[in-house]
Design a protein around this ligand. Sequence first.
Ligand code: R5P
Length: 285
Amino acid sequence: MIVSGSASQALAAALARELEEPLAAVEYDRFPDGELLAAVPGVADARPERAVIVAATVSSDAHLEVLQLQDAVREAGVEEVVTVVPYMGYGRQDEAFEAGHPVSARAVARAISTGTDRVVTVNPHEEAVCEYFDPTATAVDAAGRLAEPLPDDLADPVFLSPDAGAIDLAETARDAYGAGEIDYFEKTRHSGTEVEITPSGGTVAGRDVVVVDDIIATGSTMSEAVGVLRDRGVARVFVTCVHPLLARNAVTKLSRAGVEAIYGTDTIERGVSTVSVAPALASHL
Ligand code: R5P
């Protein structure tokens, strides 16, 4: 039985179709004092052998929902609980950045671990966060799917990582597309929304560039990279990512920077989530 968190309803449905497992009825409610209630009303009668909870932890509420859904299915006697966290919120806080800071990724992983036999996630910012979970945690690589929505007629394409951290993703997307050069920029982050990009010496004039990253959050990284590319006479710029968080004014920022199109997967359900990670997840379930 596939059980959806409120932020992952389309992905859960796609996964249910892919695995030919029933999609559970779920209810999401909130008490007058603000407390959440996520429930799986039919699970006790259905008595499935396993429950696969699919929930991107895009907010603090979504984290809480995961814990409630895990508890609800356990309470109903389900033997095996698998928790799919397509986007792991707090994953970028994978270390204590200053004395007195928490390792937030570890804290949330520990909480999720208490109610599950297995965890599956997709392209975490650092794969090492998988070690923060007590049960086995698998990181699925969905980067190959990022090539799917790209036009077939890219002109002398370059697959560009906006910082050194996403080179592997750019390579995987390029390999899936079947043609293109790889390049990367250097990034210095000054604050949550301010980044500085140092370009490479690669030639982009008159060429189509696909900028590939794991997450687009505020859009600062991508819009800075796009600005540099436009100054250098690029033809078209497509931006693509696994996790289209697109916080605040990210879409406007990217549009103003002059991107041709924004693509992402359904690890986070947004208007740009044109690619489904359901087949990639299904092969690990
Ligand atoms: C960080 O290194 C990540 O790979 C992304 O580049 C970053 O999370 C993007 O954040 P933003 O869109 O806020 O610049």
